[in-house]
Ligand binder design. Structure first.
Ligand code: PA5
Length: 448
């Protein structure tokens, strides 16, 4: 049975239970479209039954590839951007010791996964190149289209460096390409160079691809259990099949956020109280931002890390324009135990907390904030997860994906395309005088 829970009682001061229920037929219709493919973007529904279709042989292949990279590399650079980056980054950060990177090199327990190609920062790339000098490293290059500029630049640089450090033949053994089955420059390069490859299915878009090799291989290389992750996603796939809002948490979340949107709440803030979830917020923002922000519509997805951001964004959230709602990701159990000590002098006045665990304080910060925000006119959806473990993250990922598909259909958009992403690329290519963009170059130069 899936374990995560969605609680919407703290939105009821803003919308009524009847207003939420009124969306139920549209949500059920969205769910039906996700399954029967009668909605917009139906050629990108491969993620729907992806978890239950993952075979043991596929997982074994991913694990064997991760093992080979682990044996040959102290560092593996995952090169990708957007959907080819954020899922792996989110899961690895949620499961990792946050200070692993600062531990002495002799203290390696697992290969460290670094990321590149998610920006065009010259300093970032140069510093990464410096760091990798004389290190035992490998590369997982991930691009569905195989033509995205950011990862293509990073991969060209890192491939050249790796070949210079270990020779072309050894480099080819330490490079894995994850891309389209047939098309794109990366597929061609991988075939020519003899890289191990994995396929991103045609019918799975970037932001829905974390449970394909795009996410699974880097996560396995980082030492985490991809079988448990997939198990969690399977449990949630089963739990979100029926159009029964009592038992289907994705349906409940999708219809509640749409009821809030219709009541004028245009911004959804994903809140965490665990710094390990920072990048989960980044993944979620891409999932919902690219899926829903189109045709002049869509809830703007934002994210904050509490209690850190209570000291920066807290004022705005408490008393700013009342167009926001929060979705709080609450982790019930932490992995470690830290008890606040008593202090004889008690100069900081903290002895009232002596003997309490840090997480108890965090939980009271969460409860106090929830009450304050509800009182301040910010409705709160609360999603609880038992702990930051692979299975629960798998559940959460699939839960949000399913809700996103349903929610996009409720909104009346195609949740599976991203036409707006091309606009900046066309201008950038024109400005960089890419062959084939001569007309655009002329036109854009006339404007600057
Ligand atoms: O969700 C998406 O489709 C995008 O964010 C892509 O994942 C991103 O642009 C990277 O594309 P590609 O994997 O083709 O390099």
């Amino acid at each position: 049975m899936a374990t995560i829970n969605v609680d919407v009682k703290n939105v009821l001061g803003t919308v009524t239970a009847e207003q939420i229920q009124a969306i139920n037929p549209e949500a059920a219709d969205g769910l039906r479209k996700v399954y029967d493919g009668s909605g917009l973007g139906n050629d990108f529904l491969g993620w729907v039954s992806l978890p239950s279709e993952i075979t043991d042989a596929h997982l074994a292949d991913l694990e064997a590839t991760a093992k080979s990279l682990n044996e040959n590399c102290d560092y593996v650079v995952a090169v990708g951007i957007g959907g080819s980056y954020l899922g792996a980054k989110a899961v690895i950060e949620a499961l990792s010791d946050q200070f692993a990177a600062l531990r002495p090199e002799g203290d390696f327990r697992r290969t460290r996964v670094l990321f590149a190609g998610q920006n065009i920062g010259e300093d970032y790339l140069s510093e990464l190149q410096d760091f990798l000098t004389d290190k035992r490293f490998g590369i997982i290059v991930i691009s569905k289209s195989g033509t995205t500029t950011e990862p293509a630049i990073a991969f060209r640089l890192l491939k050249e460096q790796l070949e210079a450090q270990v020779g072309k033949a050894e480099a080819a053994k330490r490079i894995v390409a994850i891309t389209d089955a047939r098309k794109g420059a990366l597929r061609q390069l991988a075939t020519e160079e003899g890289y191990k490859t994995f396929v991103i299915p045609d019918n799975v878009g970037g932001r829905f691809s974390v449970l394909t090799p795009v996410g699974l291989l880097p996560i396995a290389v980082a030492g985490f259990n991809i079988r448990e992750l997939v198990k969690g996603a399977c449990l949630m796939e089963n739990a979100t099949k029926d159009a029964d809002v009592e038992s289907n948490p994705s349906l409940l979340y999708a219809e509640t956020r749409n009821a809030l949107y219709r009541a004028g709440k245009k911004v959804e803030i994903l809140v965490n109280y665990n710094p390990k979830l920072h990048f989960f917020g980044e993944w979620w923002k891409q999932l919902y931002g690219e899926s829903e922000g189109k045709d002049g519509k869509g809830i703007f997805p934002a994210s904050v890390d509490f209690s850190t951001d209570l000291h920066s964004m807290g004022q705005w959230i408490q008393e700013g324009e009342r167009t926001i709602f929060e979705t709080v990701l609450s982790v019930e159990n932490v992995e470690r135990k830290v008890v606040i000590p008593s202090d004889a002098a008690n100069l900081d006045g903290l002895n009232y907390l002596a003997g309490k665990r840090v997480d108890q304080v965090n939980k009271m910060a969460e409860l106090g904030t929830r009450i304050a925000h509800v009182d301040g006119g910010v409705p709160v959806i609360r999603i609880t997860v038992p702990a930051l473990r692979e299975q629960y993250l798998g559940e959460l990922i699939y839960f949000f994906e399913k809700a996103c598909g349903i929610s996009g259909y409720i909104l009346g958009v195609n949740p599976f395309n991203q036409p707006g992403v091309e606009a900046y690329k066309r201008n950038m290519f024109a400005l960089l005088e890419k062959p084939g963009y001569e007309e655009e170059t002329k036109a854009i130069k006339a404007r600057i």
